[in-house]
Design a binder for this molecule. Structure first.
Ligand code: SAM
Ligand code: DTB
Ligand code: SF4
Length: 334
């Protein structure tokens, strides 16, 4: 049974379990609910880069910080489809397009993104977007274009949020997630470790995610990638044990979610990543770039998969998702 009425003290107790016992429990749950030999391979593409009005302290794309990121206007649809095709050929099944926007506006750029969504869906990939805040109507338009999932992270606890971002609120984030849900789009929502938050902040964020009436289908766990020029550039490197603890707790709380070992893999060894897979991570971003920062190459990841006996998960696996996809394809070809 999937539980969504976790109390804060239950989450705390799980999170504070001695590490090896925690990994064992998470691995056991993972085996009960998922095919542990499979890892979803997703590709990210920044379709509009930099120049963002927000003040997210971790982000190299905020206009107010002086980072090495060059501003790039919204890409053309054909260019994006070329990237998506290459990603598919390399073995990726989910394609996620990111834009450095505070929110979506109803303009030509949005129309172009809707076209991109249609095009990627027609390639037979799960299409995901992360474009900032959305209204219910915009979420519905994306759904009608064939959007499979929307990524919108809580990043941290509601208490610590104000230390990291002041230009929008935690409630704004929750509202967008609600709008995405109402449109029938799969929810991808997680956070970042290493922002300077306490263990209690991490526990609270996990509690918020695990008590949503319906758990997010994907939960990305990012390790902060400290970028020169951002306020968090000197933060201490995230400890691998903290990543493992987050992943294992997320796996126990949300047994069926895809838990994604997201940003930060370039500073993790294969042994570190293996422990994360053991603890229940079953999704990664592949390809040598995340949005603006480096990531292991496809070849490195496929060599890691070979060594560990893992295989990439096929697209649209599972009954309800299959139905959504069929529906999306019908919409795209109507
Ligand atoms: N602008 C949109 C938004 O903020 O929702 C979409 C793109 S934004 C870059 C997507 C997510 O990337 C953020 O919510 C954050 O969790 C993650 N992220 C950004 N910079 C990061 C960094 N330096 N290290 C780790 N994760 C990061
Ligand atoms: C998520 O949780 N992590 C990805 C994706 N969702 C959009 C983004 C990571 C970004 C890391 C910093 C960068 O490359 O700019
Ligand atoms: Fe803008 Fe998103 Fe970066 Fe925040 S995380 S500065 S909203 S691109």
């Amino acid at each position: 049974m999937i539980k969504s009425d976790w109390t804060l003290s239950e989450v705390k107790e799980i999170y504070n379990t001695p590490l090896l016992e925690l990994v064992y429990r998470a691995a056991t749950i993972h085996r009960q609910y998922n095919d542990t030999g499979e890892v979803q391979v997703c590709t990210l593409l920044s379709i509009k880069t930099g120049g963002c009005s927000e003040d997210c302290a971790y982000c190299p794309q905020a206009a107010r910080y002086h980072t090495d990121v060059n501003v790039q206007a919204l890409m053309k649809k054909d260019e994006v489809l070329e990237y998506a095709k290459k990603a598919k050929e390399a073995g990726s099944t989910r394609f996620c397009m990111g834009a450095a926007w505070r929110e979506v506006r109803n303009n030509r750029d949005f129309d172009r993104v809707l076209d991109m969504v249609k095009g990627v869906n027609e390639l037979g990939m799960e299409v995901c977007c992360t474009l900032g805040m959305l209204t219910e109507d915009q979420a519905q338009k994306l759904a009608d274009a064939g959007l499979y999932a929307y990524n919108h992270n809580l990043d941290t606890s509601s208490e610590y949020y104000g230390e990291i971002i002041t230009t929008r609120t935690y409630d704004d984030r929750l509202q967008t997630l609600d709008n995405v849900r109402k449109a029938g789009v799969s929810v991808c929502c997680g956070g970042i470790v290493g922002l300077g938050e306490t263990h209690d902040d991490r526990i609270q964020m996990l509690h918020t995610l695990a008590t949503m009436p319906q758990h997010p289908e994907s939960v990305p766990v990012n390790a902060l990638v400290p970028v020169k020029g951002t306020p968090l550039e000197h933060n201490t490197k995230v400890n691998v044990w903290d990543m493992v603890r987050m992943i294992a707790t997320a796996r126990i709380l949300m047994p069926k979610a895809m838990v994604r070992l997201s940003a930060g893999r370039t500073s993790m060894s294969i042994a570190d990543q293996s422990l994360c897979f053991m603890a229940g991570a079953n999704s990664i971003f592949a390809g040598d770039k995340l949005l603006t920062t480096p990531n292991p190459t496809f070849d490195e990841d496929m060599a890691m998969f070979d060594m560990l006996g893992l295989k990439p998960r096929e697209a649209f696996k599972g009954e309800p998702e299959q139905a959504i996809h069929t529906h999306a394809l019908e919409a795209a070809t109507a």
